[in-house]
Design a protein around this ligand. Structure first.
Ligand code: ATP
Length: 243
């Protein structure tokens, strides 16, 4: 089939369409629509328990929707396994970072070579984006600062050359100055063409780097729009929300 370039430009890289999903028989997502476009940073915000991590679980194939669909570049991939989606370019930076604390920084990066990448390429890319990791390459990952661990988790994800990065609570437990530094990296990575879906509880700074934000409450995205449009909506959602 011929693809009309104008249409292709508007086709989201990743899209959730009317997704209902949850755990066992209990749905926690009640009709989620979310579209992430190429090179965009989408901030999915909302209070504890709203369903943000579950949404990322659906986007990464960890959770199969009970109804609705998951599309990748316009292709229906609903029900595809996480490793298939990973090979198709969807990569997760999990909450809690998912690094191996008893391995060195270099060994953690080496884990990313399972996809067939060569270690020199993986490390060169990681150290260019995160020079701090080069200095720490022989250090046990568990002894890094929280911000450096988050950098390592991102570096490992980027090593697989993904098209989409799904990031769960990058700022968790980190000082604001460290969060600012990490967000600078997110901004650079997006500028290089990656699409990034980032979940945060309310963090004001994310509005400065995201193009689009969605506010999730009780398993639905209640408001969506450009970050400037949403700043007011966010304030009222949080002031009015019960959690
Ligand atoms: P948080 O900021 O706490 O991670 P969240 O917005 O990411 O919140 P989810 O983690 O998606 O929210 O959780 C949404 C709902 O699903 C919550 O009510 C939670 O208790 C429930 N839930 C999450 N994980 C499971 C699970 N493995 N089994 C059963 N219920 C779960």
């Amino acid at each position: 089939m011929m693809t009309n370039p104008a249409f292709a430009a508007r086709t989201p890289v990743l899209e959730l369409v009317a997704v209902h999903a949850g755990y066992g028989r209990i749905d926690v997502l009640h009709g989620v629509d979310l579209a992430l476009h190429a090179g965009e940073v989408y901030a999915l915000l909302g209070p504890n328990g709203a369903g943000k991590s579950t949404t990322l679980g659906v986007a990464s194939g960890q959770i199969v929707p009970s109804s609705g669909g998951l599309m990748l570049c316009g292709r229906d991939v609903t029900g595809a396994a996480p490793d298939a989606l990973a090979r198709a370019g969807v990569c997760v930076v999990p909450e809690g970072r998912g690094i191996f604390p008893n391995l060195t920084v270099a060994e953690n990066l080496r884990m990313a070579t399972f996809t067939g990448m060569r270690y020199p390429d993986v490390s060169a890319r990681a150290f260019t984006q995160f020079p701090r990791l080069r200095d720490r390459r022989r250090q046990m990952a568990g002894t890094l600062s929280g911000g450096e661990q988050q950098m390592l988790a991102m570096a490992r994800a980027l090593a697989t050359d993904p098209a989409v990065l799904l990031v769960d609570e990058l700022s968790m437990g980190l000082a604001p100055i460290v969060v600012d530094e990490l967000y600078d990296h997110v901004r650079q990575i997006a500028a290089a063409g990656l699409s990034i879906l980032i979940v945060e509880q309310f963090v004001h700074e994310i509005l400065g780097i995201a193009d689009v934000a969605g506010i999730m409450l009780h398993g639905r995205i209640e408001h969506t729009g450009s970050t400037t449009e949403l700043a007011d909506g966010l304030a009222s959602a949080y002031l009015g929300g019960k959690h």
